[in-house]
Ligand binder design. Structure first.
Ligand code: CO8
Length: 257
């Protein structure tokens, strides 16, 4: 299926989604949201696909929510339509999504990258929440996810000054998992996604759910949830296969059951 604002390609068990509004530096408007929701619902439902990569262009992953689309809206329009609430649908993707970020990831672009499960950054990546310069504030979860990712001091610094953070600072701060040369970004992200897609599917879903639970629960609740899900995985055929394969020194042959 073809979309107006994104490109979608399957590379084996990896779905590669590329934001494709280069003339607007991939600014996120309602068409992008609709396209992404549709593409990621299909990805989640397709048993042949195990992990996705979301990327943008060389100059920009995404330079924010579309300022031109928002500029004339009033409070009643924004509140009445619960503007941006649709992006929560993206975070309900059950299979893992890696953000591969080169160039600008600003405002909604940084927020979208943070909605993914982890971020691989090109050495050219620049992250920022510059909404304060537009006399607004992050509206797609940026203040909350940035504070959880990099802590209060850096989150306050970024949100209050609107300054950008380069790839190295982002890696030091824990916002990105790794930095790779810009020329290798997409290949490296697809390779990482293929590694994940090669694991037993139910354990991948469980691992994602567990790490996410760490941000929503107390430690005791999270540890309890982890133990129960760990116990639950012993009810799967793939657990038997995974442990047998280890003992027999061969790769696992997963059924997703
Ligand atoms: N929205 C719409 N169009 C954009 C955006 C954007 N966020 N960013 C860039 N563009 C467009 C430009 O208008 C320009 O279009 P045109 O050629 O028609 O004039 C084209 O993309 C190229 O951009 P520039 O010419 O500006 O490129 P430069 O290389 O000079 O600069 C920058 C690149 C620094 C990235 C610059 O474009 C910039 O500062 N962009 C805006 C960044 C920004 O402020 N992002 C935050 C947006 S707000 C947001 O994401 C969340 C808002 C939350 C609101 C809460 C409501 C509930």
């Amino acid at each position: 299926m073809s979309y107006e604002t994104i490109l979608v390609e399957q590379r084996g068990a990896v779905t590669l989604v590329t934001l494709n509004r280069p003339q607007a530096l991939n600014a996120l408007n309602s068409a992008v949201l609709a396209d992404l929701l549709d593409a990621f619902a299909k990805f989640d439902a397709d048993a042949s696909q195990g992990c996705a990569v979301l990327t943008g262009g060389e100059k920009a992953f995404a330079a924010g929510a579309d300022i031109k689309e928002m500029s004339s809206q009033g409070f009643a329009d924004m509140y009445g339509s619960n503007f941006f609430a649709g992006w929560e649908g993206f975070t309900r993707t059950r299979k893992p999504v890696i953000a591969a970020v080169a160039g600008f990831a600003l405002g909604g672009g940084c927020e979208l990258a943070m909605m993914c499960d982890f971020i691989l950054a090109a050495d050219t990546a620049k992250f920022g929440q510059p909404e304060v310069k537009l006399a607004v504030a992050p509206g797609m979860g940026g203040s909350q996810r940035l504070a959880r990712a990099v802590g209060k001091a850096k989150a306050m610094d970024m949100c209050l000054t609107g300054r950008m953070m380069g790839a190295e600072e982002a890696e030091r701060a824990g916002l990105v998992s790794r930095i790779v040369p810009a020329a290798d970004l997409v290949e490296e992200a697809v390779k990482t996604a293929a590694t994940i897609a090669g694991m037993a599917p139910l354990s991948v879903l469980a691992n994602k759910e567990l790490v996410n639970a760490a941000f929503e629960t107390t430690l005791a609740q999270g540890v309890q949830f982890e133990r129960r899900l760990f116990h639950g995985l012993f009810g799967t055929a793939d657990q038997k296969e995974g442990m047998a394969a280890f003992v027999e020194k061969r790769p696992g042959n997963w059924t997703g059951k």
